[in-house]
Design a protein around this ligand. Structure first.
Ligand code: C2E
Ligand code: MG
Ligand code: MG
Ligand code: MG
Length: 295
């Protein structure tokens, strides 16, 4: 089949287009049911102090348990949830659940922070601060224990209301992080307008560290420059995606305090985090690490 489109233009119908649409509609319906049936779950990835191996925070990462019981990653549904607007409801649940879980760890004597990822749509919609307050006050968790991670795309819209909403959350005491720092646009300009506490350096800059080619050398120089920038601006830094001991060693030499990555631990369920916390600092032997793997 081909469909006429305007004056004499013909769009060729590709069978793959049909498949995509069907898949989308099907996922949409599943997402709706998943929200109703609470089929979402959070995993938590430790953020580690690079000198002591202590876990300072965990980042909540959403997973969707599909109807066959398999865990679906956010890459496959966050976009869909954004397009349909369901991300607002979903995002509110993530904040509530992460705060509830962090409160349990605090009660067990582990005063770690918890970080939650926000999507652009969530910040563009009124109600963010109310959701955050309700979650924190409902549990009695101090606001400083919660970090909200935004990507530069959240700021791309440049709407004044986005900035003022984030300022309100910050004034309430919650911490703000720029996620995937260095991969977006106009990030530096936004650092002037937003009271940011923390930069999370994207793993694109870390990947090449310790390798011996031009690409790796450039990555290393950029990583070092971003780390210096963060320090000059008095911002905390977390490096994402540390996978190899050489990366850890180099990052420590560059003066980076904290990091996250498969070298230390992948995302774990709440019980897995509890076990890791009870065990004490993650041993960083000559850059080597000895941890259980992700579930
Ligand atoms: P992100 O916030 O930058 O999270 C880091 C992602 O990198 C996670 O993928 C994590 O599992 C993965 N990762 C961690 N360490 C390593 C490593 O050493 N190597 C490699 N290759 N990857 C590593 P995940 O869980 O699939 O999440 C992907 C993205 O989905 C997140 O990126 C975040 O932008 C988004 N996301 C996750 N949960 C939520 C949520 O609750 N709400 C919203 N709006 N977005 C979320
Ligand atoms: Mg993040
Ligand atoms: Mg990130
Ligand atoms: Mg990232």
């Amino acid at each position: 089949r081909a469909k006429a489109n305007g004056k004499g233009r013909v769009e060729v119908y590709e069978p793959s287009m049909h498949t995509d649409v069907v898949r989308r509609v099907e996922l949409e319906a599943q997402l709706r049911r998943a929200l109703r049936e609470r089929r979402f779950t959070l995993l938590y990835q430790p953020v580690v102090d690079l000198s002591s191996g202590r876990i300072t925070d965990v980042e909540a990462l959403i997973r969707w348990r599909d109807e066959g019981g398999a865990l679906v990653t956010p890459a496959e549904f966050i976009r869909l949830a954004e397009d349909s607007g369901r991300i607002v409801q979903l995002g509110r649940w993530v904040i509530q659940e992460a705060v509830r879980q962090a409160t349990r760890w605090h009660r067990a004597g582990h005063r770690i922070g918890v970080a939650v990822n926000l999507s652009a749509r969530q910040v563009a919609t009124p109600g963010l601060i109310e959701g955050v307050q309700a979650a924190l006050e409902g549990c009695g968790l101090p606001p400083e224990a919660l970090t909200l991670e935004i990507t530069e795309s959240v700021l791309l819209d440049g709407v004044e209301s986005t900035v003022s909403r984030l300022r309100a959350v910050k004034e309430y005491g919650v911490r703000l992080a720029i996620d995937d720092f260095g991969t977006g646009y106009s990030s530096l300009a936004y650092l002037c307008r937003l009271p940011v506490d923390l930069l999370k350096i994207d793993r694109a800059f870390i990947e090449g560290l310790g390798r011996d080619d031009d690409h790796a050398t450039n990555c290393g120089k950029l990583a070092a420059a971003i780390i210096r920038l963060g320090r000059d601006l008095d911002l905390e830094l977390v490096v994402e995606g540390i996978e190899r001991p050489e990366q850890l060693a180099l990052l420590r030499d560059m003066g980076c305090q904290r990091g996250q990555g498969f070298l230390f631990s992948g995302p774990l369920d709440a019980a897995g985090v509890q076990t890791l916390l009870d065990r004490g600092p993650i041993p960083l032997r000559r850059g080597g690490v000895d941890t259980p793997s992700a579930p």
